[in-house]
Design a protein. Structure first.
Ligand code: GUN
Length: 292
């Protein structure tokens, strides 16, 4: 069994990006500038957004964090988005999800200019992805593709089971794994909360991508011997013996599943850090105008 090390792969990509930034700077080009909008102070979101901003600093990108009060009205948030759309200094931006209940996420997503939508969530970009056109691929699924590529994992003709149908991960992941390119060309099945006899399906998977949002849901008896297991889940599980009072767990029972598979991503240190690398790659794409 091999551990797929997302942390070191992400740092390697960030080093590659830092070199590109150096080249841009020395040729007098525009330094990529990412902005992140955070509404409220949702604990995990604050951690993620801070990590994104820190990664920008590390590789020489400019970054702006726009923090807004949880009580902001939808119209006020739309006005902030409009400002970012029209600010030529900002190449790309994200609005961290989830948003407070009184704000319509779909309206907010649609207000972001598709050219600056480095999360790849705008319907235009989702459509482009579906059609295999050049676009910003959503960060988490793209992070998974990048891991498959860099570990040279064969996907063509393989049975790939994606668990979960969220707009952010499961749904785009299933589309990307079936597209006519490496790492795609897989035969994809998507399972979700209404799927009957999930185990009989997951046991057939050569590649199992788990994005359910249920801690340690996938057990060894659900996995085929020699499968590649990608765990997208991340959960804070209370544990008084841990320094921070919690431990991070994925959607996969790591100890028993890792004994059975050929490759596995750990939590933490697997897919999570790759999300940041993908976002930075998209921001570079924005400044180079290679999106169109
Ligand atoms: N919340 C969880 N994942 C993401 C992501 O990739 N982008 C944004 N904007 N919010 C998220």
């Amino acid at each position: 069994m091999k551990i797929i090390d997302g942390k070191s792969t992400s740092l390697q990509i960030q080093d590659e990006l830092a070199k590109e930034v150096e080249e841009i700077k020395s040729s007098g080009g525009k330094v990529p500038h990412l902005a992140a909008v955070l509404v409220g102070d949702h604990g995990a979101s604050l951690t993620y957004v801070n990590a994104k901003v820190k990664a920008c600093e590390r590789i020489g990108f400019d970054s702006t964090l726009v923090r807004l009060d949880a009580s902001i009205t939808q119209q006020e948030l739309l006005n902030e988005i409009d400002k970012l759309n029209n600010n030529a200094a900002i190449d790309g931006f994200i609005v961290q999800l989830p948003l407070p209940d009184h704000i319509d996420e779909a309206k907010v997503t649609m207000a972001i200019s598709p050219e600056k939508d480095v999360d790849g969530f705008h319907p235009q970009n989702v459509g482009r992805m579906n059609l295999g056109m050049s676009t910003y691929l959503p960060a988490t699924p793209n992070g998974v593709l990048e891991l498959l590529k860099r570990y040279e994992i064969e996907t063509s003709g393989k049975k790939c089971v994606v668990m979960g149908r969220s707009h952010i991960v499961g749904s785009p992941m299933s589309i990307l794994m079936s597209q006519k390119d490496y790492p795609g060309n897989a035969t994809v099945t998507l399972v979700h909360s209404r799927t009957k006899d999930v185990k009989s399906i997951t046991k057939e998977a050569d590649i199992l991508i788990v994005a359910l949002g249920v801690p340690e849901f996938v057990t060894a008896d659900m996995v085929k011997e020699g499968a590649v297991v990608i765990d997208v889940g991340i959960h804070r599980i209370e544990d008084d013996s841990a320094k921070r009072g919690f431990r991070l767990k994925g959607d996969v029972k790591f100890d028993e599943v890792s004994a059975k598979c050929s490759y596995i991503t750990p939590v933490p240190g697997g897919v999570g850090p790759m999300t940041i690398a993908s976002l930075l790659m998209n921001t570079l794409k924005a400044v180079k105008h290679t999106y169109e």
